[in-house]
Design a protein around this ligand. Sequence first.
Ligand code: 13P
Ligand code: SF4
Length: 301
Amino acid sequence: MSIVEEIQRLKEERHAVLLAHNYQRPEVQDIADFVGDSLYLSKRALESDREVILFAGVRFMAETAKILNPTRTVLLPDLKAGCSLSDAITADQLRAWKQEHPGAVVVAYVNTSAEVKAESDYCCTSSNAERVVRSIPEDREILFLPDMFLGDYVRRKTGRKMHLWVGDCHVHTRMRPGDLADARAAHPGAPIVAHPECGCASEALSQVDRVLSTDGMIRFAEETRAPEVLVATEIGILHRMQRINPTTRFTPIDAKTVCPFMKEIDLVDIRDSLRDLRHVIDVAPEVATRARRALERMVAA
Ligand code: 13P
Ligand code: SF4
């Protein structure tokens, strides 16, 4: 029996659903029930009636699934699948920041720990950050965390006064406006799509044709008729873009834009995770209850 067949058999035995993020390895995306961005996968986790949710992604995503689904077993096949952005702020740091701005509304990107979410009023993802911020009354002071590039982008788009936490994703931050200019010169006429976590996305907005979440890029790939598109995000997304639209060439702005955390999980980890029910992700109930409020607002936005 091949490892893919073993996984399919175990998935049915465990009554499990397999969710995979757009940055996962191609072979992991290919066996998943659902592949998508953070918002899409949070919604699939919320709607699932399966007893086990196996998350092929990173830890904060599995925690989010657990918070939204407290009665189900959530598995993360490899505990090394963390996120440098979510490590950029702790709950203690957020509590201290809130003390400096009493009464401010806290908007946390979903790339945060459960403890940080529990201290936040709203969560958002890259696909709904602008909508979430616009839904907050104009007169309220906003603290946005932890990604300064996404925060800066949303601040420019909404014109809202927002205090930004100085955090970034070590993978996306490397991409600078100069990289976009070089890519434009080398591929004249090719549109550029960029993830808002990129170090270039907010500073070089005028050079970017579309700033999009990973699922936004998938929709762009479905619709575009351009012969070539330049892509500024983690290169795992290219697998799905190219499969959806084989006639357009999807070229990374930088082929070294690889998130090591997103590549931790492979088929063997998934097989073992389903077989041995590991690693079970739990969130302390009092933390989960407070974090759920912010996450439910994110899913509803
Ligand atoms: P998306 O919500 O766009 O999938 O982004 C998640 C992420 O971790 C990007 O680095
Ligand atoms: Fe976190 Fe960056 Fe990896 Fe996304 S790409 S999971 S933000 S480290």
